[in-house]
Design a protein around this ligand. Structure first.
Ligand SMILES: C[S@@+](CC[C@H](N)C(=O)[O-])C[C@H]1O[C@@H](n2cnc3c(N)ncnc32)[C@H](O)[C@@H]1O
Length: 220
């Protein structure tokens, strides 16, 4: 996702993201994230929590594979689309949508449950304020024993994007694993990679950007 205006970021994340989604009938492709598919398609389904699920393509893909999914996002506009996407796909009963600001998300809330077999976040980035590290720490704590954490994120942005590349604020998968304490005993790092992807800019120009992917499994 890229922003082309030079205006300072808006302060209210809720209003920013609802406005972002309202500006178009559909923002994202509706296809599941290729790295989510690559990392998860061979796993047995269980319970999954997705943070920043947007219009729901990834949650719906998980549900179609038998996962029981909770999708959280700050934007009720996005979640309405996600819910109708799930109904259209016949998996409405397998997905629970929760509108919440993850900045205020606490693990002692009912939606946190006893721990999920998968906690995932794909492109949990925001031009509005987003305490990503703190949120991902809570994501770690929400993983059940033998469960997995998947984080797919931007490693860099194209020249026309909102961040110059490389952006030191964006950790590599290995740096993120260390920041989250996953290099400690009890977690197995299954994937920590940067994957190139070609993107097209507003004038049809192309650039190669990288997504980082971290998949880690909690021990018993
Ligand atoms: C870059 S989009 C990615 C959406 C989706 N995961 C995808 O890959 O297409 C970031 C998502 O995070 C959500 N988000 C941003 N800040 C949030 C917050 N504080 N709490 C919950 N969701 C938030 C946005 O509404 C948006 O749907």
């Amino acid at each position: 996702m890229h922003h082309h205006d030079d205006a300072p970021p808006p302060q209210d994340p809720d209003a920013f993201w609802d406005g972002f989604y309202r500006a178009k009938d559909q923002v994202w492709s509706g296809n599941p994230n290729a790295l989510l598919v690559r990392e998860i398609e061979n796993l047995n389904p269980g319970t999954a929590l997705e943070l920043g699920c947007g219009e729901g393509a990834d949650a719906v893909w998980l549900a179609r594979r038998g996962w029981q999914v909770t999708g959280m996002d700050i934007s009720s506009v996005a979640l309405e689309r996600a819910a109708s996407h799930a109904r259209d796909a016949g998996v409405g009963d397998l997905v629970t949508w929760i509108q919440a600001d993850l900045a205020a998300w606490a693990l002692n809330t009912p939606e946190s449950g006893p721990g999920y077999d998968l906690v995932c976040a794909q492109y949990l980035h925001s031009p509005a304020e987003l305490p990503r590290d703190a949120i991902l720490q809570r994501a770690v704590a929400a993983v059940a024993p033998r469960g997995r954490l998947l984080v797919v994120g931007h490693q860099d942005f194209p020249p026309w994007g909102r961040h110059p590349a490389p952006d030191p604020a964006l950790p590599t998968a290995i740096e993120l694993a260390a920041a989250l304490g996953l290099d400690a005993l009890g977690w197995e790092i299954e994937t920590a990679e940067a994957i190139p992807r070609t993107v097209e800019g507003p004038e049809g120009q192309q650039a190669v950007v990288h997504d980082n992917v971290l998949l880690a499994r909690r021990g018993v």
